[in-house]
Design a protein around this ligand. Structure first.
Ligand SMILES: [Zn+2]
Length: 262
């Protein structure tokens, strides 16, 4: 791809940014640390103006190097080639705001920026984290609801080889399966009780996955058509929502299996 790496050459680097005002620059360390790859516009003062306390070689000759390209896509290709499979940068400069550029492109990999490899990684990390919070620190699972909810989405995305929709800003469902089915994921740490399904988003969802977190692992309670699920749920007019008993969801799931076997 169309990128240039500048190491130990401030003069050539400064010439490049001057000639490519509409281009982009990634500032990274000499070792190209994945955790430090910051995207700037080529016109950003942070990558073009030497501070008084910085001597010669401030841009490419000491701890930092620069990767330059006319387009963000080329820099995404660079970061991928250097081991960041998502094509994302560790940070995008809050001063020059490259995301406001007309040529700004979102990453187009599977999970809207999260590759399945990333999702697997996140799933394992969240699970460890929740186990630590709940089992070691004695935090109530209900207080870790947000983490458990996210863990459930990762689990679902991995199961159906799908993408997590928050990342690409879709609403009403949580995971988009490869076959295009939209899945709402409900993850609960309750042993019994119910999950709530909002009526408002029903037309944006095809399937429901109910997952239970207990003793450091996830248990898939129900995965199937959401209409079937709500036909066995209670409707509350004041909440504009359905409540599906976990036990009923489980029974429904085994009934589905039996039906398919026949
Ligand atoms: Zn910047």
């Amino acid at each position: 791809m169309d990128y240039k790496v500048f190491i130990d050459n401030d003069a050539e680097y400064l010439k490049w940014v001057e000639l490519n005002e509409t281009g982009f620059v990634v500032n990274t360390t000499r070792t190209k640390r994945k955790a430090y790859r910051v995207l700037h516009k080529a016109s950003c003062r942070h990558v073009t103006t030497r501070q008084s306390w910085q001597g010669d070689g401030a841009f490419t000759s000491r701890d930092y190097i620069k990767i330059c390209a006319p387009t963000i896509d080329s820099l995404r290709a660079w970061t991928r080639a250097e081991g960041e499979s998502s094509g994302q940068f560790s940070q995008e400069c809050a001063s020059c705001k490259p995301w406001l550029s007309e040529s700004y492109t979102e990453v187009s990999s599977a999970s809207g920026g999260l590759s399945l490899e990333n999702v697997k990684d996140l799933h394992d990390k969240y699970l460890e984290l929740i186990k630590f919070e709940v089992e070691q620190l004695g935090v109530k699972p209900t207080e870790a609801r947000h983490l458990i909810g996210r863990l459930g989405e990762f689990y679902c995305a991995l199961t159906v080889n799908g993408t997590i929709s928050h990342v690409v800003n879709q609403h009403g469902f949580d995971v988009l399966a490869q076959d295009g089915r939209r899945i709402s994921v409900k993850t609960t740490a309750q042993k019994s009780g119910f999950v709530r399904i909002s009526e408002k988003t029903l037309d944006k969802v095809d399937d429901l996955m109910v997952i239970q977190y207990a003793n450091g692992r996830l248990d898939e309670v129900y995965f199937g058509n959401i209409q079937l699920a709500i036909s066995h749920a209670r409707y509350y007019d004041n909440l504009k929502a359905y409540e599906l008993d976990i036990s009923k969801a489980r029974a429904l799931s085994s009934a589905q299996v039996v039906a398919t076997e026949i």
